[in-house]
Ligand binder design. Structure first.
Ligand SMILES: Nc1ncnc2c1ncn2[C@@H]1O[C@H](COP(=O)(O)OP(=O)(O)OP(=O)(O)O)[C@@H](O)[C@H]1O
Ligand SMILES: Cc1cn([C@H]2C[C@H](O)[C@@H](COP(=O)(O)O)O2)c(=O)[nH]c1=O
Length: 213
């Protein structure tokens, strides 16, 4: 069973590289602050969010490594992120917005690189498992969905690729399909944004989201 029974509210942004998460996440955090002036908003990211997590991010995004090492480091960074940032914030009733969370591990290490679902489920249980046997998950996951070719064209205009962004279109199609599979299996948690639309149309969609906070 997955849950977030804390007084806080947990939102994650997901999607393949170049889908447009970073373009919208700051303004979205600002919108949430305006809408819920009595609640503190914590904006964070994965891999990262803590001093150790940011160091691990540098390694993960740049150093070639074995797939299992990569998954273990992603979850190690997540464990630190949960303990230091996410869980205390949720317990204190804050709204946490994270640029990526565990769906990214299932999509990239699982769908993209082929790590078994069993291993990912074990890591998820280990890292996010609670004493009441539930697994901490976001209350809401906003998935920016678009074809890999469109994302690649957008990325190539603005930055040099990191280790993941150098992967080919087939990789990103597998990542995308795993995100969509997970969304289909948990429609209550996921909100899918058609990220091929203009930034203005996407922003309107985000503005119209009803949040049961
Ligand atoms: N709806 C859109 N239409 C056209 N271009 C867009 C749109 N959204 C974002 N972009 C552009 O695409 C590029 C990639 O966007 P962005 O960096 O927000 O993606 P991202 O999902 O955060 O990627 P990553 O996960 O790799 O950080 C940027 O140059 C951005 O301006
Ligand atoms: C959390 C997480 C991330 N990744 C990958 C996905 C992206 O390529 C990078 C993060 O870069 P971003 O520009 O901040 O989105 O890391 C992953 O493979 N597995 C994960 O669990």
């Amino acid at each position: 069973m997955t849950t977030n029974s804390n007084p806080g509210y947990f939102i994650s942004f997901e999607g393949i590289d170049g889908a447009g998460k970073s373009t919208h996440i700051d303004a979205f955090a600002k919108l949430i602050k305006e809408r819920f002036p009595n609640r503190e908003v914590v904006l964070t990211r994965e891999p990262g969010g803590t001093a150790l997590g940011e160091q691990l991010r540098q390694l993960l995004l740049n150093a070639p490594m074995n797939l299992e090492t990569e998954a273990l480091l992603m979850f190690a960074a997540r464990r630190e992120h949960l303990i230091q940032i996410i869980e205390p914030a949720l317990l204190a009733g804050k709204i946490v917005i994270s640029d990526r969370f565990t769906d990214a591990s299932f999509a990239y290490q699982g769908g993209g690189r082929g790590l078994s679902l069993d291993k990912l489920n074990t890591l998820e249980k280990w890292v996010q498992g609670k004493s009441d046997q539930t697994i901490l998950q976001p209350n809401l996951t906003i998935l920016f969905d678009l074809p890999g070719s469109v994302a690649e064209a957008r990325r190539s205009k603005v930055r040099a690729p990191d280790k993941f962004e150098k992967m080919d279109l087939d990789f990103f199609e597998r990542v995308r399909q795993e995100y969509l599979r997970r969304a289909k299996n948990d429609m209550k948690r996921f909100h899918i944004v058609d990220a091929t639309q203009t930034q203005e149309v996407i922003w309107r969609d985000l503005e119209l989201l009803k949040l049961p906070i």
